[in-house]
Structures are given as C-alpha cells and as structure tokens.
Design a protein around this ligand. Structure first.
Ligand code: CA
Length: 644
C-alpha cells in the first residue's frame, strides 16, 4: 500500500514538475523541447510542428559518478545570441548567426550542478554540456555519454562506419576513409564500432537531418555515433584500442568545463545542409595568424606518379607544371627526406620560388602509434623535434606541411593536432592533415589549418578498382554530408585516362573530363592539390586547362541547386561576381536537369558538358531571362557553368 501510494505521488509530481521547456529558432519553424521524465532529462526536436527527432536521452557518466538519472531540475534560462563574422576558408565568407538559447540546469543528489546549453537557429541546433565546479572537485573524467539521437522508424541513413582501430594499411585506421552508404534502413545500422560524424538521415520522406560535432580541441576527445540500438544512436567516445591501446578514450576535463558541441542541421530539403555554417558559428579563433596565409591550387606528383616520382627531376617537372598552370603551390609527398635530401630540397624550394611556386612538404605524424613507415618520421610528435624541424622549414622558405597517419580520435591525438597547428603558426606554416579525423570547426579555430582528408579520397581511386567504379556515387554524397561540415582535401581532378604514369593501361578512369572539372567546384577546400600530370599540358584540351587555371579555391557564397546523395549533385558557388555552377551524375542513365539559376538570369555563361559519347565540350550559352536552364548530364559525367 505504501509503495502504491508513493508511486501515485511520484506520478503526480512527474506530471506537475516535468519541467517542460521549449525554444524555437528565430523563424519559429525549428523547435526544441526538453523535459524531465522520471529524473532523466530528455529532448526532442520538431519542424513545423512535426516531430523529427523523438524523445532522446541526455546525460553522462564520470569517474565521480553518473549524471544520467535521479537528477533534479534547478532552472531554465532563455537568452539569444547574435554575431557576424568573416571566414575566408569555408563555403561562405560573411556569416550572420542568430540563435535563441536555453540553458537547462540540473543537479544530482550531492548538489553537483551541470547544464545543457542549447542554441537554436533557423535550421541548426548546437548543444553541449557545461559542468560547474563540484565543491573541491576541479578535475573529472567523462567516461561515457548518454546523449542520443532517436529517429522515427520511417528513417533512412547515409552513414560511414567508424573503421576498426589498428586495421588497414600499416594499422593506421581509423582514418574516416570508409565510404558512405546511401539510403539504408535505420534498423540495420548495427556496425559494432558505430559511425563517424557527420551522419545524414532522411526522415518520413520529408526531412533531412545532418548530425555532427564541432569545437573539439586538445581539451576533449572527438566522438562518433554508436550502432543503432533500441531506436537511438548514442554519442560514443573513441575505441580504447586506438593508438595501439595507449591513452584513454574519454574526456579529461577541468571544472568548470564544457564538452564539444553536438550539432543537428534540419530542413525540408538539402539546402540547409549544403549551406549550414553551424560548425563555425559556435567556435572562435584560438590564436591570431602569424601572417596572412594565402590559399590556392597546387600540383602533386605522388597521386598519379606515386613513390617513384620522389626524386629531384620529377619534382622539378611538377614545379614547372604548377608554374604553367598559375598554381601557387606544389606538394612534395613522402620520402623526400631520403630520396631528395634536405640539401637538394633547399635547391628545389629555391627553384620553385624563382617560378613563384610555394612548397608544401609531407610528414608522418608520428613514429609510435602505428606501423606507417614513410619518412620523415618522428619529426612531428614531440615538441622538441617539431620546433627544430619547423625552424629549418621556415628558413628554407617552406609554406606548409601535409601531416599524415594519425591514430584516431582520443584526446591525446586531439592534443597532437593542436600542438602541430599551434607550433606551425609560430613558424608561418599552413597545415593539411591526411589519414585523419573530421575537422571540427578547425577552419575557424586554427588560422593556419587549411584542410583535412577524412574521406575516401583520390588515392583510393588509384588503389582500389571498386572505389573507381563508385567514384561518381561517392562524389555525389560529399557535398551533402562530409564536405557540408568541413573542408575536404580530396586531391582530385584527374585528366589522365589511366590513373598512372604511363597513362596507357591499368587503372582506367570511369568518369568524364567534365565530371572531374565539376568536382573542383563541388569539393571545397581552401587549398586544392590537383591530380594533373605534366603530360596534361599537351594532351588535355586547352579550355579544360583554362578552366582550372581560373578556378578559385575560396568562396563568398555557396548554394544548393539540386541533387540527391548517391544519385546526383548540383551546387553553385560564388567568388566576387563570378558564379560557378557544377554538377555530376552518378546514375546509370543520362540525367535531364531543369535548373533554376535566378542569379544567372539573362547572363552569358561558359558551359562545359559531355555529349552523348561522353566527350567533354565547351560552348558559350545565354541563360534565359527566367533563369531556367535545361541540361543533360551523362552517366559518370558532369557540367560546369561560369558567367563572364
Ligand atoms: Ca589517406
């Protein structure tokens, strides 16, 4: 009787004191709801009053105790944020961010307080935990999160599995190089290691949702999505097995402290996802740039000519290629220290400088966490070696580094990323990461960060036939998923017929020239090392070379035009007054597009496209006054439009 009575009163108190709070974005379409159910905080998300993310758990487990249940509501505070910033390395150069905020504060039975801070803008929600000082406790470890994302059953997924640690080439996984699978049934997403951020979801055939994470730096681990379990994906920390089992997988946090932001981008089309700036809206630069860094295109021998090209003469040929193409840079990849040597490298750097070409050099990130053997090794993982090396690099006139083969997402790896970036800025060096995690707001946080791979990139087109067959399929997804939340250093635009030095047989390219040129626009990174080879100066049509000479790598604006991940994708990007519209077709049949391009209405544009035989051609056309243009894109083909 006593039990029944207490349950009765518990039910009464729950309904009266469920502490329901809600906020919407400024245009009121996107709505976030938070409440307490049986001592547990849960949230849900709706758009135009339709539930898109169902009631999902919040909370975390620390070495000082669990903050998941038996929690007591303290208060809810509402406010708003508004800011305008400029950012020259992302999809858009001027950004205005406006959000309504809700700080939902809870405590446990020992009076230990934490809040969930939600920021809701028109199509994005960013949220994080903010943990107060707990008495004398100033240091905790967050071991696990209960944060979840619960989707209706009528949801399909576009996810990429988190590669199993210490597998793959020289045990360098995970490196965010497993391909995305389009339109999969949500109930089947049971990969034991879960799925990397970002993840895309199509809900009720009506809504698109992109989940990601931002603001991860040396002060926390990077997380990912768990396997789907009981209707929910949870935020999961890195596998203990990463970095050969060394280092913990949770977040070591000083109090007061905050977790990284988790982000939800939501809309009724792919437009809010293509155009979102949420990864950068909620972070700030962590230091000042030591100089004005210049972005642009570069040549890169390794991608097609491979290891055998790591010699003085071939690198000279690629410097000449960069100069002929008006590219700013050359990237000289692994083995340069052994096969060219520091002394001759200095000569090459001087030769490049005489042609107005800046040099990027490759480095192995480590010498201790996996079996990657390419040199230079052991130069980037300790501050003593790193600063010595960077002093030489600065004196030699090197402009930047590509650092490869990181060990995963543990906090100690995040520290290594940040230490490399921060030291490099002191020596005036830009940094590109390969074999790497997703950049999480880094374009804004680190002024000399200029892109990460974290994708099935051009190298896999060379190495794996199946990836070559799926080139268009994979490419059609990047603008809507991976590249929507971070710069993507893909290393593409191949004009060779075969992806090797002989260019006569072997790894045949299965996409058209127009497709390749279109990816130069679709794939966004402030620095693009393109896969051209010196012979392309003679064997590629002049109009294709001219297109690449002029192609910008930074943009003032990016717009979604059309597409469906896994099928086709069309975007428009603007630099100053010049619009680049680009599209590709991954379907087996030619695709007829009816494009709506009001910004080009009545304008004369240069079209590059493929004919019925998949031969790439160019012509000048006029966009009708109504801004509508009908266009056919061949299977494995593409197009670009550029106004005069
Ligand atoms: Ca790679």
């Amino acid at each position: 009787m006593k039990n029944t009575l207490s349950i009765f009163f518990l039910c009464i108190s729950m309904s009266l004191f469920s502490q329901k709070e809600q906020i919407t974005g400024p245009n009121t379409k996107l709505q976030l709801n938070v409440e307490m159910i049986d001592g547990k905080p849960v949230y849900s998300v709706s758009y135009e009053e339709i539930i898109v993310i169902e009631k999902a758990p919040l909370g975390f487990v620390t070495n000082e105790g669990d903050f998941v249940e038996n929690l007591v509501f303290v208060e809810a505070k509402k406010d708003r944020v508004s800011k305008t910033y400029t950012q020259d390395k992302i999809k858009q150069s001027q950004v205005t961010y406006k959000a309504n905020t809700l700080r939902y504060t809870l405590k446990d039975s020992k009076e230990r307080v934490f809040s969930v801070l939600f920021q809701v803008s028109d199509n994005d929600i960013a949220f994080r935990y903010e943990i107060d000082k707990w008495g004398d406790t100033r240091a905790i470890v967050v071991e696990q999160e209960h944060t979840g994302f619960s989707f209706p059953d009528e949801t399909t997924t576009f996810l990429s599995i988190d590669m199993r640690p210490m597998t793959g080439f020289a045990r360098t996984a995970p490196s965010y190089e497993s391909a995305y699978q389009a339109d999969q049934p949500i109930a089947e997403q049971k990969a034991p290691g879960g799925y990397v951020f970002p993840g895309l979801f199509k809900v009720k055939n009506e809504f698109w949702v992109l989940l990601s994470e931002t603001g991860v730096r040396s002060l926390y681990a990077a997380s990912h999505l768990s396997a789907y379990n009981n209707g929910t994906f949870h935020v999961e920390y890195p596998s203990e097995k990463e970095n050969n089992g060394f280092g913990s997988s949770g977040g070591q946090l000083g109090l007061p402290g905050v977790t990284p932001w988790r982000t939800i981008t939501l809309g009724k089309s792919l437009k809010p996802i293509v155009e979102t700036t949420i990864p950068w809206d909620v972070v700030e630069p962590l230091y000042e740039p030591s100089q004005d860094y210049e972005y642009g295109k570069g040549s890169w021998s390794w991608i097609i000519w491979q290891d055998a090209s790591m010699n003085y003469e071939d690198q000279k040929a690629y410097i000449d290629l960069a100069a002929a193409m008006d590219f700013k840079y050359i990237l000289i990849d692994a083995w340069w220290d052994e096969r060219i040597g520091y002394e001759k490298m200095k000569e090459l750097i001087d030769y490049a400088a005489s042609k107005d070409v800046g040099v990027f050099l490759w480095y192995n990130s480590n010498g201790i966490i996996n079996d990657a053997f390419q040199t230079p090794l052991n130069k980037m993982n300790t501050s003593i070696e790193r600063k010595q090396e960077m002093q030489w690099l600065k004196e030699a006139g090197v402009k930047g580094l590509k650092v490869d083969f990181f060990g995963g997402d543990k906090q100690e790896t995040m520290r290594l990323y940040e230490d490399i970036l921060s030291d490099a800025n002191d020596y005036g060096l830009m940094i590109v990461f390969h074999g790497t995690t997703l950049p999480r707001g880094w374009e804004r946080m680190y002024p000399n960060f200029v892109g990460s791979e974290a994708v099935v990139a051009s190298e896999m087109l060379v190495f794996v036939e199946d990836v070559r067959k799926k080139e268009a399929y994979n490419a059609s997804m990047h603008p809507f998923i991976r590249n929507a939340v971070g710069s993507m250093e893909f290393g593409g635009v191949v004009l060779n017929d075969y992806l090797n030095r002989g260019n006569k047989s072997g790894q045949k390219r299965l996409t058209t020239d127009a497709f390749q040129l279109a990816t130069g626009v679709l794939f966004q990174n402030p620095l693009q090392f393109l896969a051209l080879t010196p012979n392309n100066l003679d064997d590629a049509p002049q109009f294709e070379l001219d297109f690449l000479k002029k192609l910008p790598t930074t943009w003032d604006e990016t717009r979604f035009i059309d597409g469906y991940p896994g099928k086709f994708s069309v975007l428009a990007r603007r630099q100053a007054d010049t619009w680049y519209v680009a599209g590709i077709n991954a379907e087996a049949q030619p695709k007829k597009l009816n494009l709506n391009l009001p910004f080009l209405a009545g304008k004369t544009v240069t079209l590059i496209n493929d004919d019925k035989n998949s031969e790439t051609f160019t012509k000048t056309i006029k966009i009708p006054k109504n801004g509508k243009l009908a266009l056919t894109v061949q299977s494995g083909g593409g197009f670009t439009l550029v106004n005069e």
